[in-house]
Design a protein around this ligand. Structure first.
Ligand code: HEM
Length: 402
């Protein structure tokens, strides 16, 4: 027993692998959820490209960015069918290096004008303060559903031009589709069917909205209006508009919760953050200690040598930005909370061909929502974070001073 408790993850893994390969993989899956920092530290050091019976995990910064830069080798083919089934047509995150990727991403980058960011930040701040004011008298707030999701949904409504029939319905659509695409590892048919149904509702809604806008009804100046004016055909407008809440409503509040939780764990850092003009860097450094996207899945299309290890064609690969952002080959003192981390060491928004389309507005909205919350007096944890499927934050109760 003494020996056992002092064994590293790899010794325990290898020992289990010899007896029961699936049990060994089960250990890895559990460690990636609960002890990812310790596991990844060991892997970076001893087995940086880690092949298990089910999938291969890539842990060093240089290798993670190489995988994400080689879209013709490491493809998103695993997402494609799921996204297509929900959206009724191809979407950039389900294809690699096609004319559609190039054209749609270019047009979407254009309609998500980085010049909008100051206005989007103001909007997010206003929405956050309204939610906080409404909760203050009660002395507490459940930040996922009373603050962060309402902020994300409000940005969808007012900036993207996509309010949905109502916020609850839009919120249900995104959770249902994203759960199938990114958390339905075993391919549960009921989860898939729910996603297809939610996608059909969302795209039908968007087709109606598009028709109304083409008939001259509806607001001007939002992202939807610009996309309608871009000349893209109906299917492309609908699929790309659907991609906006899908990209934002889970990952935005997810990042807000994780950054907030990490800052509340560091009271002395938090005290400095709220009086610092450059608040955002506290958010990004906090998020590094629990990134919302820890692993990005790819399929290896041909035998490929990575850092001396051959990854065979057909392998399911997880590139691990959460590990890369602790790689001492790139970051100074990776285990320390430091405010001088350069942006090119941050992989919260992916890297390469599929790097996040919404990065500019998302950065501003995340930081402003968290800032408005933490500027309130007496913020403290009443109930820790609960996560659906171990991924999507669903409940986090904080106390506020009235
Ligand atoms: C305005 C809000 C957002 C929108 C509209 C959006 C949209 C998208 C889209 C369409 C893609 C796929 C790009 C492609 O395939 O070329 C993408 C990728 C990505 N986004 Fe976002 N996103 C948003 C916010 C966020 C947030 C808040 C995070 C995380 C904190 C995030 C993290 C990522 C990551 C990691 C990828 C890469 C996925 C991969 O390589 O597999 N995004 N985003």
């Amino acid at each position: 027993m003494w020996l056992h408790s002092h064994m590293g993850h790899l010794e325990k893994y290898d020992e289990t692998l010899a007896r029961d390969p699936m049990a060994a993989f089960g250990l890895v899956r559990e460690w990636m959820r609960t002890e990812w920092r310790e596991l990844f530290a060991e892997l970076r050091e001893r087995r940086p490209v880690f092949a298990t019976p089910v999938l291969t995990v890539v842990t060093r910064f240089a290798d993670v960015t190489e995988v994400l830069s080689r879209e013709e080798v490491f493809t998103v083919r695993a997402f494609g069918p799921r996204l297509d089934a929900a959206l009724g047509g191809p979407f950039m995150l389900g294809r690699d290096a096609t004319a559609m990727n190039w054209r749609d991403k270019g047009i979407m980058q254009f309609v998500l004008d980085p010049g909008d960011v100051a206005g989007v930040r103001e909007l997010a701040g206003r929405l956050a303060d309204e939610a906080l004011d409404a909760a203050a008298a009660r002395g507490e707030i459940e930040v996922v559903h009373e603050l962060f999701r309402p902020v994300a949904l409000g940005v969808c409504a007012q900036y993207f031009g996509l309010p949905g029939p109502d916020p609850q319905t839009l919120s249900r659509w995104t959770r249902t589709i994203i759960t199938d695409c990114f958390a339905n590892y075993l391919g549960d048919p009921a989860v898939q069917a729910a996603s297809v149904e939610a996608g059909a509702e969302m795209t039908a809604y968007l087709r109606d909205e598009l028709e109304a806008r083409r008939a001259g009804r509806g607001p001007s100046g939002d992202v939807f209006a610009r996309l309608v004016a871009s000349g893209l055909d109906e299917e492309r407008v609908v699929v790309n508009m659907a991609g906006l809440p899908l990209g934002f409503v889970e990952s935005g509040p997810g990042a807000m919760v994780e950054a907030t939780e990490q800052l509340l764990l560091r009271p002395e850092v938090l005290a400095r953050a709220v009086t610092d003009d450059d608040f955002d860097r506290y958010v990004w450094e906090a998020l590094r200690f629990n990134p919302f996207f820890k692993l990005l899945p790819r399929i290896c299309e041909r035998d490929y040598e990575l850092a001396g290890t051959v990854i065979p064609a057909g392998t399911f690969v997880l590139a691990a930005p959460a590990s890369a952002m602790f790689d001492a080959a790139v970051l100074d003192e990776p285990d320390e909370f430091r405010l001088d981390r350069p942006r090119h060491h941050q992989l919260f928004f992916g890297y390469g061909h599929h790097a996040c389309l919404g990065v500019h507005p998302a950065r501003a909205v995340i930081c402003e929502a968290v800032r408005r919350l933490l500027l309130r007096r007496g913020v403290r944890v009443i109930e820790g974070v609960t996560r659906a499927n171990g991924i999507f934050p669903d409940r986090f109760v904080l106390g506020l001073e009235a």
